[in-house]
Ligand binder design. Structure first.
Ligand code: FAD
Length: 303
């Protein structure tokens, strides 16, 4: 049943017609619980409030699988404007980008040019840029582009998805790179990804521990309290300094736990998605946790 629901919502997340139609309306169907808004100006007070609570943020201007050049250029311009505003408003905030939003499916060199322009501005503003990891068909290309960008830029990193069979192998060569560790949000074939929660969690813990013992900064991105607890014990046991890693969670998820981790003295970063392209993101959140649907139903019927 859980698998059926997951496949249903993942199917909706990939539906081009629904994604395009949803743009015409603001966030709907309770998506505003997980998507902070459609324009950056409206999100600035949200970031400020989180910063005041010692929570830093990473901003995702939503959009992916872009096939139109103008749309990719428009996305790049919006991201650059956001970087300048983050700097001007002194926000404690970095950004997360997706290569398919910046033209990876159109032409690789065009996408790289867009990313380089973003990285130039980010570098001038002293802001870190994280390249989100998307579906497996883009995985190897994303790592290749990241490694090539790292020859000129130090302010860029990416994500390792621990559902991938090759995740541990691919850590090598990324020892100096700031990485976010996640379980993985897409539906992948069993030839490339683990499907059981047990295997994915085991791989997450192994990879996170390996990174915590390494030299580069690591973002541990999960809402899984069991994983967080085991890593907290590991961190204490190995006397790992709290400035070498952070916990990350998505906006609107386990807010009490976000605050509790800050209270315990851990660095914490909230991933804030915003923009008109909210539909695919929202459907993936419903796919990974059908209980999110229950929360939304409660909002609809009890508020
Ligand atoms: P799950 O396996 O979903 O949950 C584990 C357990 O935690 C559940 O069984 C439940 O007991 C508890 N739990 C989880 N959520 C809740 C909740 N809301 N309330 C109460 N209990 C809960 N994926 C990508 O593929 N690419 C990316 O670039 C990417 N970036 C991400 C960035 C951040 C900051 C985060 C947090 C996730 C990102 N993801 C990304 C998504 C990620 O891959 C997972 O799909 C998503 O985080 C769900 O997995 P989980 O680790 O939270 O644990």
């Amino acid at each position: 049943m859980a698998n059926l629901a997951r496949n249903f919502f993942i199917g909706l997340s990939n539906n081009d017609f629904l994604n395009k139609s949803a743009r015409k309306f603001g966030t709907r169907f309770g998506a505003e619980r997980f998507v902070a808004g459609t324009v950056f100006d409206a999100i600035v007070p949200v970031i400020r409030e989180l910063n005041q609570k010692q929570i830093s943020c990473t901003m995702d201007h939503l959009g992916e699988f872009v096939t139109d050049r103008n749309e990719a250029v428009h996305a790049k311009e919006k991201i650059i404007a956001m970087l300048r505003q983050i700097k001007e408003e002194h926000l404690d905030c970095h950004i997360s980008i997706k290569l398919t939003q910046l033209g990876l499916d159109i032409e690789e060199s065009f996408c790289i040019e867009n990313v380089e322009q973003i990285l130039d501005v980010a570098h001038a503003c002293d802001i870190f840029v994280n390249i989100d990891m998307e579906k497996y068909i883009h995985y190897e290309k994303t790592l290749e582009i990241l490694k090539s960008l790292r020859k000129s830029y130090t302010n860029v990193g990416t994500v390792i998805q621990t559902y991938l069979l090759d995740a541990e192998k691919d850590l090598s060569g990324l020892e100096d790179v700031r990485l976010r560790i996640v379980k993985g949000a897409y539906k992948e074939d069993s030839t490339v990804a683990y499907s059981s929660k047990e295997d994915i969690d085991k791989n997450f813990l192994m990879i996170a521990k390996k990174r915590l013992l390494g030299k580069a900064f690591t973002s541990i991105a999960t809402h899984d309290h069991r994983i967080i607890q085991e890593l907290k014990e590991f961190i204490e046991e190995h006397h790992i300094s709290k400035d070498r890693f952070e916990f990350q969670m998505l906006y609107g998820f386990r807010v009490d736990m976000q605050h509790q981790l800050v209270k315990e003295g851990f660095r914490f970063c909230t991933y804030i998605p915003f923009g008109e392209d909210w539909f695919g993101y929202f459907m993936r959140r419903l796919a990974e946790r059908p209980q999110n649907l229950n929360l939304l139903m409660k909002d609809v019927f009890y508020t």
